[in-house]
Write a protein that binds this ligand. Structure first.
Ligand code: FAD
Length: 394
């Protein structure tokens, strides 16, 4: 049997251990610092309500990843899943992503329409009449100068104009990343929710599969299934790393492995020799309310785009369909005391790359912190584990 060490027992670590189990022939050890597997995706309970640390609904463009997880943790698709954003200066909720039908309701609608038209005129000027005739309005809007933007602020101003940017994006993004200036964000290949101004259907995700586990305990069974053949060390931290030799010290004992699958921040594996990788974290407050539901029927999240200390609230019963005369929401407050979101700065990605470059063959680094990429979600962690398995088979 070959030996594998999986560092971290979050979704990525459990998915990696599961792939090794499915391949067979691996003696797998999982080391997890917390007393449980699954990290923030593990189900917690408050007032009898199941919830996770943040929404953690399953979103994927990949049918095969959905089917894979659905085999182990049956999923229910969320059909009409909408988000709202609260704008304090208007004392109003609008759809999020920003919806074209809400613009006439905004006090600055004339200014906003002028800015959007200017963006469209600029985009149209890049087209021949024949090309233009074949395109829809939203396809034209996507041709704006945003592709030339050098930072996140320019990306949004080129996409939606200054007024909508200041209303919906500017304060929210600075709060989300705990920064004073959005021009510092120079890795913005992702954009929040992938669209700028939406038309038609108000469902937040009409191009991806959106789902949630049917079981009361959410994804938890998967963590047990994925690691059932592995030796799992909970509440355990690796004391020292010798990555070039695929060796680590656990409980004072040096152990070498044929492969290592890392899912934690790569700087930790190298004693931060190129410097610490920065993250922003979250504090989460679970609040039970004395009503059956507190948000409109199809609304699952509300974002708060202004100077409120929190970023969003989530109503969990919308996902879980759990019956109760009360409802549970969580309030998320950005904080620097935990490490959840890799910072979207090219300089930090370059620093992370130095660590990845130090990793020999047969040391894989996957998952959100393991890749040092913000836009790694639950589906990506499964995809990463599948890709490692493919490499090991080839
Ligand atoms: C608030 C929030 C909401 C989210 N909502 C969604 C969502 O709705 N949908 C979605 O698809 N994705 C969502 N995500 C992202 C998604 O949940 C994560 O990308 C995914 O769970 C990451 O899994 P991971 O295993 O890579 O990392 P983690 O979950 O961070 O797991 C890493 C594990 O490593 C352990 N660890 C850390 N250091 C050590 C150490 N030194 N030794 C041993 N173990 C260690 C940790 O305890 C943890 O268990 C959300 C993320 C957050 C933070």
């Amino acid at each position: 049997m070959k030996t594998a060490l999986v560092i971290g027992g979050g979704f990525a670590g459990c998915a990696a251990a599961h792939q090794l189990q499915l391949m067979g022939g691996w003696n797998t050890t999982v080391v997890e610092a917390a007393p449980f597997l699954g990290a923030g995706v593990r189900t917690r309970y408050c007032g009898g309500h199941p919830y996770t640390f943040g929404p953690r609904h399953f979103l994927t463009p990949w049918e095969h990843v959905y089917s894979f997880l659905n085999n182990y943790v049956p999923l229910r698709r969320c059909a009409d899943h909408e988000f709202l954003t609260y704008i304090e200066e208007d004392s109003r909720f609008y759809g999020y992503p920003i919806h074209a039908d809400d613009i006439p309701q905004m006090p600055e609608s004339t200014q906003i329409q002028e800015e959007l038209s200017a963006i469209n005129i600029e985009a149209i000027s890049r087209l021949t009449p024949e090309e233009l005739a074949k395109m829809t309005r939203s396809e034209v809007a996507k041709l704006n100068k945003a592709s030339d933007a050098k930072d996140f602020e320019e990306f949004w101003i080129y996409s939606i104009g200054k007024t909508l940017y200041n209303k919906f994006v500017n304060d929210y993004s600075r709060k989300m990343w705990q920064i004073d200036d959005n021009r510092k964000i120079d890795d913005f290949t992702w954009s929040p929710k992938g669209v700028t101004v939406k038309e038609g259907d108000r469902a937040a995700w009409d191009t991806a599969i959106s789902a949630y586990p049917i079981a009361f305990n959410g994804y938890d069974d998967y963590f047990a299934i994925g690691t059932q053949d592995a030796k799992v060390h909970l509440s355990t931290r690796i004391e020292r790393y010798d990555v070039p030799n695929r060796a680590v010290w656990i409980d004072g004992e040096k152990r070498a492995f044929d492969i290592i699958i890392n899912t934690i921040s790569p700087d930790i594996l190298f004693d931060k020799c190129y410097g610490e990788l920065p993250y922003v974290g979250r504090d989460l407050h679970a609040i039970v309310l004395p009503v059956e539901f507190c948000m409109p029927e199809s609304v699952y999240f509300c974002y708060y785009a202004g100077k409120e200390s929190f970023t969003r609230i989530v109503e969990y019963k919308k996902f879980t369909l759990h019956k109760s005369p009360t409802t549970l929401i969580t309030l998320e407050i950005p904080s620097m005391t935990s490490r959840y979101y890799p910072m979207p700065f090219e300089s930090e990605k370059a620093k992370a790359k130095k660590y990845f470059d130090e990793m020999p063959d047969q040391v894989f680094s996957v998952g959100r912190a393991g890749s040092y990429l913000y836009n790694v979600d639950i589906d990506d962690t499964i995809d990463h584990a599948m890709k490692v398995a493919e490499k090991l088979k080839s």
